[in-house]
Design a protein around this ligand. Sequence first.
Ligand SMILES: *Cc1c(COP(=O)(O)O)cnc(C)c1O
Length: 432
Amino acid sequence: MNLVSTRDARLRSSFRAAALGAAPLDGGLWVPALLSRWDDIPQLLDQPFAERSSEILARLLGGEWERSALDTLVQDAFDFPVPVTAVTAHAHVLELFHGPSLAFKDFGARFLARVVEATSTSERTVLTATSGDTGAAVAAAFRDRAGVRVAVLYPRGRVTPLQERQLACCGGNSRAFAVEGSFDDCQAMVRSCFADAVLASELGLMSANSINIGRLLAQMPYFFEGVARMREEHPGRDVVIAVPSGNFGNLCAGLYARALGLPVQTFVVATNSNRSVPDHLETGEYRPRPSVATHSSAMDVGAPSNWERIRHLHGDDIGALRMALRWGWCDDKATEQAMRTLHSHGYTSEPHAAVAWHVLEQNLRPGECGLFLGTAHPAKFLNMVEPLLGVRVPLPSSLSMLLDMPVRSEPIEVDAAELARRLRQPWGGLGD
Ligand SMILES: *Cc1c(COP(=O)(O)O)cnc(C)c1O
């Protein structure tokens, strides 16, 4: 797949080089040079998820990959169910949280881990800052991948106890650093390590956040699955998809799928009180700002990096963006109410999906059917879900098994030089 930079179409990259973490030198992001429409979408939609997903990624990456190797990679990465569940008469949920870390980030992280293992010819160190879900998915996905080590930084005391266990109980090739600071401090430490060219090349540093195009492409197949199931549930009706958004990688993947011809009437941008994007669409002015803390913490992003890709896809034209999208946002109070209403319909949800459902309801028009993305398992947020709904959320085995394991994180001050020093030391002696 040919990629170009969002800021200068003369800068080009292959998919493999971009997935290994080499960003465009102009500070932009890699995007597909061309997404041409496929004329056999109905036949594709008739295929089972696994076959269809291989076919989609083979068409996108064909020039760079042997088909049989790609098939194996895709089957291995997406080895968990992706169900669509009815919630109300008009709305269904696409549950993306049945992978090992119980959030949709498993799709991108598991695919990217296998791409890196298959592509890289030297030792790599994945360095990632996390506010919770990304670190868990990345640590799980890269565990035991040959030639790759993982370092995850998280703000001590500011992730949930379950998330901390997901990050810090992996052992093996991964290390978790508990930073005495905020998520922004963690990101700043990571950035300064990447800025150190000597360190970066010595360790083969690469990033695994959603700026990496490898993660985004892996998220396109489940939009096809959602539309395929909705066509069975509501034949002949237009499908509207609501995406709970933070860094806007998920929405970007959906828009790429639509550019290939996937029949989606429109996408609904759904954010929490971090509403830089809904405000941009409303007022025409884009003002990114510092994030505020909400119940849907994985969406607490004030300056979403993938919005640049989405603007680029629409020629940076506000009129085109407004035609392509509907939008809305939902504060914590409305999120709680949405969770209660969903529960009264018999569906136990969590704050991120509840935001999506709430904004979907406000934007669905007569004759349409709605699909919202369930991005995390309610058990990941049980400290909030259980008291609010008065229910017990059973822990899936992938979480309950962690409860007996020791948390092996390394405390560290906000000190990038100290982080660099520790990353350079041998990675043994951490047990198992
Ligand atoms: C990361 C995350 C989001 C936001 O996804 P983006 O692709 O960054 O917009 C939403 N919900 C959950 C549970 C997440 O972990």
